[in-house]
Design a protein around this ligand. Structure first.
Ligand code: ATP
Ligand code: MG
Length: 424
């Protein structure tokens, strides 16, 4: 016999026991976005490989070693999207959406061929927000405020905001030379990856996760000290806005982000409660990207949030929503009752929106149906037998609490359920 098929390493099924917490978070996100005036956009999961090379940058972890790229039957080079910003920008340019400011959000699976571990998967899900056409720190502030509101609404604790400015391209160029000089002076202590990037992408070295480099990198010159007046003013205004709104933050001069398109503001929300994979949400300003992908120069800022990590944090803090078990499980025994059950159930659903009613399927006697009713988690069993039908009533029996079975005339059932079960 051939082996049973298995999911691909690093790609996970989200099981029925897990989907309620996902749904809870997704519902919050959607409401939050409506509350701030953001519109949803949905992009394809596949894009031309070139799009990611041009946007994320050739010398980045993602493009160098993490992309799922292949040739399709026409020989086109395609890639399963590793993130959402590139596709979102591509879509906005393609559909001419950038002639005025846009506030957008999206959500969906992303793919990176990384070493799977807790909080790091090959298929994972991001919720992303992008705002186009707004150059000032006010929109940077808004993105941070709305993410802070999300943590509050979910009841989460222990997320720290880390903030930095990458300045403008000219400022980075000057800084880059100083950094290279510094790193060269310490070249013998760098690891292979960092030595290689020293010339191709030295800022990326600051992002190294290798603890052995912590001391060297800690002593490196700081980009924040190389900002020009405008960049400094942008950063200071953002900080002042955060102060005014009571959002605390830590300025983290080595925060550079793993993608090449960022400038000015960059930020991450980090927690120490998830082990090594502690960045839940990360983003920043990328004013150059739209033009780089062939659009008219358009300021832009965004962030992406790792949903697996957010789900893990919600669970770790015991903040899952209570299960939405059925209010009622309809037990119907005997041919006549079984024949009537669907019609009665449908009319209850018509009259009681929001009612969670599970109807027994598959026949069987009282004993076996009650077992299923119990297992469904339903609060009450709604019982139809020959006896009840003859008298025009239904039985109601509490399943989660003490209490006798009672009889309710069928015509009174909607009102009774509305009052006693839906509490309206
Ligand atoms: P990391 O430093 O953890 O690799 P990154 O800088 O590569 O993160 P981004 O590209 O900024 O991450 O993605 C934004 C968010 O998406 C991350 O902060 C994280 O929450 C989530 N994320 C990124 N890669 C993965 C992954 N492989 N598995 C699960 N979540 C991920
Ligand atoms: Mg990464």
């Amino acid at each position: 016999m051939s082996p049973r098929p298995r999911a691909i390493r690093g790609m996970h099924d989200i099981l029925p026991s897990e989907t309620p917490v996902w749904g809870h978070i997704e519902a919050r996100l959607r409401a939050l976005m409506e509350g701030y005036g953001y519109a949803e956009i949905r992009m394809p999961i596949l894009e031309q490989t070139d799009l990611f090379k041009r946007s994320i940058g050739e010398v980045t972890d993602i493009v160098e070693k993490e992309m799922y790229s292949f040739q399709d039957r026409n020989g086109d080079g395609l890639t399963l999207r590793p993130e959402g910003t590139a596709g979102c920008v591509r879509a906005c340019i393609e559909h001419g959406l950038l002639d005025r400011p846009q506030r957008l959000w999206y959500q969906g699976p992303m793919f990176r061929h990384e070493r799977p571990q807790k909080g790091r998967y090959r298929q994972f899900h991001q919720f992303g927000v992008e705002a186009f056409g707004l150059p000032g720190p006010d929109i940077d502030l808004e993105l941070i405020l709305l993410s802070a509101r999300l943590w509050r609404e979910l009841g989460l604790q222990g997320l720290e905001l880390q903030l930095n400015s990458l300045g403008r391209a000219e400022e980075r160029a000057v800084y880059r030379e100083r950094l290279v000089a510094y790193l060269q002076a310490h070249a013998t202590d760098l690891d292979a990856d960092s030595r290689r990037r020293l010339h191709s992408n030295p800022l990326r070295v600051l992002d190294s996760k290798n603890p052995a480099l912590a001391d060297i990198l800690g002593g490196a010159p700081r980009l924040l000290d190389h900002l020009g007046g405008e960049s400094r003013a942008h950063f200071d205004a953002l900080c002042a806005g955060l102060d005014a709104c009571g959002v605390s933050y830590r300025i983290e001069p080595r925060l550079v982000r793993g993608l090449d398109y960022y400038g000015l503001t960059v930020f991450e929300w980090v927690t120490d409660r998830l082990g090594a994979q502690g960045t839940v949400c990360a983003g920043g300003r990328y004013d150059g990207l739209v033009a780089q992908l062939g659009g008219r120069p358009t300021p832009a800022v965004g962030f992406a949030l790792g949903l697996e990590r957010l789900v893990a944090l919600v669970r770790e803090q015991g903040l899952e929503p209570p299960p939405a078990a059925p209010h009622l499980y309809l037990v119907a025994v005997g041919g006549a009752a079984q024949a009537q059950a669907p019609r009665i159930a449908e009319s209850l659903r018509d009259r009681l929106p929001g009612l969670r009613l599970q109807v027994h399927c598959g026949g069987g006697g009282f004993k076996s149906q009650f077992k299923k009713a119990d297992r469904s988690g339903a609060a009450h069993a709604l019982i139809l037998g020959e006896d009840e039908l003859e008298r025009g009533v239904a039985g109601l029996k509490p399943l989660r609490a003490e209490g006798e079975q009672i009889q309710v005339p069928l015509e009174d059932l909607p009102a009774w359920l509305r009052e006693r079960i839906l509490g309206r």
